[in-house]
Design a protein around this ligand. Structure first.
Ligand code: GDP
Ligand code: MG
Length: 440
């Protein structure tokens, strides 16, 4: 992820008061690579880097964030902004039925999305959609939609594969009016590549059906290709929104950014699976995190900022450096981070933490925090300062006193030991004599 990439630069500028132009340049190189790796179109990347650089240079470094974190924050904010606001609302025609037309290449997920959208319209909005099978070319395409309809208990309009898609669309809308369907969802054919015949047919359907919404369905895994596809569909059909499918895989989702930049049309939904309920509204912020490959790092950083007392954090930092961190400190820290979220995740978010061996074994189950507190409180002062002296009989006593088990006491002591080791490694990484440590 980007956070890893920025590691080196982040180390260098630790403790500076301002982010300088050359710092930013260096970091932007990494950001650029991260975006390209996530399949964002290079032209889009170029524009983006320019914008972010302008914003990042000369910024005051916030007390609570390292300069590197701060640059990531700017990058993420700009990415979020670029991808537009949250726009998952669906068009409503003044006079029903509202007609929605699908478009996209073969295999992008149009038919699946047609089912998902119908399902959403009925379940969430209490609507009565009619699904229309207008892909007469792909063998079994009609059957596929009919199967989905059956599964969802929703009607599917079909005239077989001998009637033109345009005529199917026309008759479907007639029928929807007669039978009071408030939505008509037209599933269309795709091709493996964009061609004139496909576009002409879609244009004809558009002409006749006068859709209130034209969705372009794009497979997120197609990466760079998605940009060209989106551009030509938008030029020829004037789409109203984009659906990005197959985001349940490990694709980084850079296509989202490119498509938005190239078409200037909102991404409205994302598909996250083959099942009918695997449809989510598009969240620009989540997608930005995904593109940057950093999970919800910033959310965590921000949470941490809000709940950790600055002075206490400084004090802890000092203890980390001198490795004089005791179980009492551990307890103190636990109470600070308790309401911040999953502790093991937080630990992993710390700059450099992913470089530390044993980090993955260090699991701190939130639910266990209460037990951990009880265990530490059951220790004597001497035990807390010198956990080495806690032998078998002391462990039994502590377990009894805290209402836990000897195993839990053992586990805690082992975790504490690992944490101390980790701190030693981390403070070693900061460079000798450097004052800065890491922060939650
Ligand atoms: P169409 O040719 O555009 O109509 O595409 P289909 O709807 O037939 O989908 C092609 C394949 O992609 C099918 O196997 C779908 O189950 C699958 N698919 C569609 N959307 C998603 C998604 O969001 N996630 C995953 N994993 N598979 C999807
Ligand atoms: Mg299909």
């Amino acid at each position: 992820g980007l956070a890893d990439r920025l590691q080196a630069t982040m180390q260098k500028i630790r403790g500076k008061g301002k982010v300088t132009e050359s710092d930013v340049k260096e970091m932007m190189r990494e950001v650029r690579l991260a975006l390209l790796e996530a399949d964002v179109n290079f032209k889009v990347v170029k524009q983006f880097i320019k914008k972010v650089s302008e914003r990042a240079v000369g910024q005051e470094v916030m007390k609570s964030l390292t300069p590197g974190q701060q640059v990531i924050k700017v990058v993420k904010e700009e990415l979020t902004e670029l991808m537009g606001g949250e726009q998952s609302q669906i068009a409503v025609a003044k006079k029903p039925p509202t007609v929605i037309m699908m478009s996209g290449l073969q295999g992008a997920g149009k038919t699946t999305f047609t089912g998902k959208l119908a399902n959403l319209l009925r379940k969430k909005y209490n609507r009565n959609p009619l699904l229309v099978a207008a892909d007469i070319y792909r063998p079994a395409a009609i059957k596929q939609l009919e199967t989905l309809g059956k599964q969802l208990s929703l009607p599917v309009f079909s005239l077989g594969d001998q009637v033109s898609p345009v005529e199917i669309a026309r008759q479907a809308i007639e029928k929807a009016k007669e039978e009071h369907h408030d939505y008509v969802l037209i599933d269309t054919a795709g091709r493996l590549h964009i061609d004139d015949q496909l576009m002409d047919e879609l244009k004809e359907i558009k002409e006749v059906a006068k859709p209130d919404e034209i969705f372009l369905v794009v497979d997120a895994m197609t990466g760079q290709d998605a940009v060209n596809v989106a551009q030509s569909f938008n030029e020829q059909l004037e789409i109203s929104g984009v659906v990005l499918t197959k985001l349940d895989g490990d694709t980084r989702g850079g296509a989202a950014l490119s498509i938005r930049a190239v078409t200037n049309k909102p991404i409205k939904f994302i598909g996250t699976g083959e099942k009918m309920d695997a449809l989510e509204p598009f969240h620009p912020e989540r997608m930005a995190s995904r593109i940057l490959g950093m999970g919800d790092m910033l959310t965590l950083i921000e949470k941490a900022q809000a709940s950790v007392d600055e002075d206490k954090a400084k004090e802890l930092e000092k203890k980390f450096r001198t490795a004089s961190f005791t179980l009492d400190d551990f307890l103190e820290q636990l109470s600070q981070v308790k309401n911040m979220g999953p502790l093991d995740e937080l630990l992993k978010m710390m700059p450099g933490a992913n470089k530390i061996k044993g980090m993955n074994n260090l699991q701190v189950d939130e639910k266990q925090i209460g037990h951990v507190e009880a265990i530490i409180r059951s220790m004597t002062t001497k035990e807390k300062l010198e956990p080495e002296i806690i032998n078998a009989s002391r462990r039994r006593r502590i377990a009894k006193g805290s209402g836990t088990t000897v195993q839990e006491v053992n586990r805690l002591l082992k975790q504490f030991e690992e944490m101390k080791k980790m701190m030693k490694q981390m403070t070693g990484m900061q460079g000798k004599g450097k004052k800065k440590g890491f922060k939650f």
